[in-house]
Design a protein around this ligand. Structure first.
Ligand SMILES: Nc1nc2c(c(=O)[nH]1)N[C@H]1C(S)=C(S)[C@@H](COP(=O)(O)OP(=O)(O)OC[C@H]3O[C@@H](n4cnc5c(=O)[nH]c(N)nc54)[C@H](O)[C@@H]3O)O[C@H]1N2
Ligand SMILES: Nc1nc2c(c(=O)[nH]1)N[C@H]1C(S)=C(S)[C@@H](COP(=O)(O)OP(=O)(O)OC[C@H]3O[C@@H](n4cnc5c(=O)[nH]c(N)nc54)[C@H](O)[C@@H]3O)O[C@H]1N2
Ligand code: SF4
Ligand SMILES: [Mo]
Length: 715
């Protein structure tokens, strides 16, 4: 029996795990009490890593499509086949004919983060898509525009604040997002124990709202108006005090003019929040000794995603929270990806080119996922003919999933780097399955950049991978050199490959740590060796002010009235006066035992409260003759689905709510048998690719206009 310590890599909380192993089999997983950040906290998904590791439904060898089934093939044969098909299509149809879709788990491992940019460069394709454009692209875009790097993402200094306003996030369930703060419940409780306050703005009385001093049930999709009105009050009432930020922030007076039309009275009706409450919130927020406004998906996944999230920055800046203790702070990670990333890749930029079919701007070298199916299905030069799917499931996670399904089926060639035959990888010609998380050494290069305390850790593997298996790193490196070898560069490509193998990950991580902010070059002495001496993770302390030093804009200043935001502002102003549609607005939700589309296979995670159901307010249900347990038909402009109903006043009137990532049973040929036996549709079968934030390209999956009726009622 041996005991191992490492970080959980399933979500952004990165909790410390204590894992007991006997004869190569995991016996149990608990929270690591000696982890300085998570202090023993764990959620049910962390425990279920055991099931993922030993899941018999997981692929362990490459498979190739044969007839209507799969046949196992050797790794070399698989790599050669994939590389030759991708290269043949590139030669025939051009570089943009080969496309990538990168799923959420790619950020939970060093290998995809470091290697995929190299692969994209080698392939030379502009057709790159990721889960980020159904998620947080407004945040990255604003960090790029305001601070100069998409990864300079401020987080609320939750452990030291006196007032936290959470807008469109449910950290008690999501465990925090773009905010690595394990055991959020403990942190929010201690905020209240020290006399602080928590305010939640959300159309649903969420689990986080349950802990709050105040919950405001906003009408979905209208945060931009509420936030603009709060800024308006600050200007009107002389509450603007940017403090130290005044020295490096420009454009504050221009912002005053932008928010002028948004008086609390002007927005009260559309937001469903009374003018007095809006004033009260601004008046409470501005003078608080330490305060932060934090927002996530509910704000990003709207047609005003960038403008609304911009106002989160604006309000934090106007009240002197940016870069201040207890406010809106930036981490300084030991592996400084925000700086290294912005300096070493040519991916970073905005609107340098536009998508072929719908003319949507690229951001960071990506097009938004709302246009992926268009680029596959619309004929013409530059059309996507081959896809590389890495750790994603766009059929269930991208709007209008039925069309994504159709598009993937239409490809000439598709390869998936994934260990499940999911609703998307079932379209692949070849699947390359990596080892699972606990079978690989890991070093997190992403989440320390959004952590509420500076921290670093090396996570050694816990169980040995099966013989003849490959990690994500192995797979991506093998594909990379084969692509680089194209056109007679075989020798050079092999040499580069061998150099990368020697460098990654240990030496690369060590170098990055030594030259990074906590390394030798800065008079501190962090190295990989030192980090490895801390098996429970290394706490580098509370966040400290880093601005303007860490700004990466050309003039090292923040332009608050950024022209990109200003140019789109008339749309926001017009939106305030636009007529409202009849019907209901659909929002999403997450469950503690779910993880997007991919953790529904372990039995211990599904069932009970974790199910795909439609929440509807008693009055709305009554009007439609619906009671809990009935099946409802939910119809959008795109299509309809049938879903079990739960009547609850947890959602406001006019709002219905269901989770995404389900619908495994409605599509044939998937390999996760447990998931396939679950009930409920994919909400993305009715979400709409026409609804997106035109600045960042982010999908607007929340506030979807729908109608609801009993499934057995006449149309
Ligand atoms: N309607 C609606 N749609 C949404 C959302 C919503 O709130 N509402 N949320 C959006 C958000 S925030 C996100 S992030 C996306 C997620 O969208 P995706 O990233 O497309 O979907 P996931 O379910 O995260 O897919 C995970 C896949 O990665 C595989 N995987 C897991 N670990 C590894 C690994 O270590 N290596 C490899 N190679 N593969 C691995 C799993 O087997 C699974 O097949 O969904 C988005 N879609
Ligand atoms: N257990 C679990 N944890 C997860 C995940 C998971 O699937 N399961 N997914 C992970 C991923 S990929 C991500 S990106 C994060 C997301 O992290 P969060 O953003 O915290 O996650 P959500 O629970 O989707 O929270 C969004 C909240 O916005 C609210 N909302 C919807 N529309 C609006 C609106 O128009 N305005 C306002 N103000 N609120 C609105 C919803 O009711 C919901 O409470 O969670 C991560 N953690
Ligand atoms: S909250 Fe759960 S899934 Fe997220 S890191 Fe912690 S144990 Fe893992
Ligand atoms: Mo996400």
């Amino acid at each position: 029996m041996s005991v191992h310590y490492r970080a959980c890599n399933l979500c952004e909380a990165c909790c410390g795990l204590e894992i007991t192993v006997e004869d190569g089999l995991i016996q149990g997983i608990r929270g690591d009490r000696r982890d300085p950040l998570s202090q023993g906290f764990i959620c049910p998904k962390g425990v279920a890593l055991q099931d993922i590791t030993h899941d018999p439904d997981r692929l362990r060898r490459p498979v190739r499509r044969s007839g209507d089934g799969w046949e196992e093939i050797g790794w070399d044969e698989a790599f050669d086949l994939v590389a030759s098909r991708l290269l043949e299509i590139r030669r025939r149809e051009g570089a943009d004919a080969v496309s990538f879709y990168l799923g959420n788990p790619i950020t939970h491992g060093w290998a995809p983060v470091i290697l995929i940019p190299l692969l994209l460069k080698a392939l030379g394709t502009r057709n790159r898509y990721s889960a980020a454009s159904v998620d947080q692209q407004p945040q990255h875009l604003l960090s790029y525009l305001l601070f100069g790097s998409p990864l300079l993402l401020p987080v609320p200094d939750i452990d030291r604040t006196d007032l936290l306003v959470v807008i469109g996030g449910n950290p008690i369930v999501s465990n925090g997002s773009i905010m690595t703060a394990p055991d959020i419940r403990r942190r929010l409780r201690s905020l209240r124990d020290r006399g602080g306050r928590l305010v939640v703005i959300d159309p649903r009385r969420t689990e986080t709202a349950g802990l709050a001093d105040r919950h405001l049930a906003i009408r979905p999709g209208t945060d931009v108006f509420l936030l603009a009105a709060m800024a308006n009050v600050l200007f009107e009432e002389g509450l603007v005090r940017p403090g130290r930020a005044e020295a490096f922030v420009d454009g504050i007076s221009a912002v005053a003019a932008m928010v002028a039309p948004f008086t609390p009275e002007a927005v009260a009706e559309v937001t469903g929040i009374e003018a007095d409450d809006i004033r009260g919130l601004a008046r409470e927020f501005a003078p608080a000794r330490r305060a932060a406004l934090y927002a996530r998906l509910g704000v990003c996944q709207t047609v005003y995603g960038t403008s609304a999230y911009w106002l989160i920055h604006v309000l934090n800046v106007l009240t002197g929270r940016l870069d201040e203790v207890g406010g809106w702070m930036l981490a300084e990670p030991a592996f400084d990806l925000p700086v290294i990333g912005a300096k070493t890749t040519d991916l970073i930029g905005y609107d340098r080119w536009r998508s072929r079919v719908r003319g949507i701007p690229e951001f960071s070298g990506e097009f938004p996922s709302v246009t992926l199916a268009d680029e596959i299905l619309t004929p013409g030069p530059g059309r996507i003919r081959a896809m590389v799917l890495v750790a994603g499931n766009p059929v269930l996670t991208v709007p209008d999933g039925r069309r994504v399904d159709e598009a993937l089926a239409d490809l000439e060639f598709c390869v998936a780097v994934d260990y499940y035959v999911n609703e998307s990888s079932r379209h692949a010609d070849v699947i390359l399955p990596p080892t699972s998380a606990l079978e690989r050494d890991e070093f997190d290069v992403v989440f320390p950049a959004v952590s509420v305390r500076n921290q670093v850790r090396w996570s050694p593997r816990v169980v040995d991978p099966e013989p003849d298996s490959r990690s994500d790193a192995d797979i991506l490196m093998e594909l990379l050199w084969r692509i680089e070898a194209d056109g007679g560069h075989a020798r050079r490509a092999r040499l580069a490959h061998e150099a990368r193998r020697r460098l990654m990950p240990e030496r690369l991580v060590d170098i990055a740590l030594r030259i990074g902010p906590w390394g030798l070059r800065h008079g501190r002495s962090l190295s990989l060796r030192k980090v490895r001496r801390h098996p429970h993770g290394m706490d580098l302390g509370a966040l400290h002010p880093v601005l303007p030093r860490r700004l990466m804009t050309a003039d090292r200043r923040v332009r608050l009235d950024h022209p990109v935001v200003v140019a789109d502002w008339p749309r926001v102003v017009a939106g305030l006066g636009a007529p409202q549609r009849d019907g209901l607005l659909l929002i999403g939700r997450r469950h503690l035992r779910s993880n997007n589309s991919w953790m529904h296979n372990p039995e211990r995670l599904v069932g009970g409260g974790n199910r795909c159901s439609l929440l509807i307010h008693p009055s709305d249900a009554g009007e439609r003759g619906l009671t809990s347990g009935d099946v409802a038909t939910v119809t959008s402009d795109v299509g309809e689905i049938e879903v079990d109903v739960e009547v609850t006043d947890e959602v406001a009137r006019g709002v219905v709510c269901m989770p995404h990532g389900w619908g495994h049973g409605t599509r044939s040929g998937v390999g996760w048998r447990g998931a396939a036996a679950t009930r409920g549709p994919s909400v993305n079968d009715i979400t709409d690719t026409a609804r997106f934030d035109p600045l960042s390209g982010n999908a607007a999956v929340t506030a979807l206009p729908v109608t609801v009726r009993r499934a057995d009622a006449p149309r």
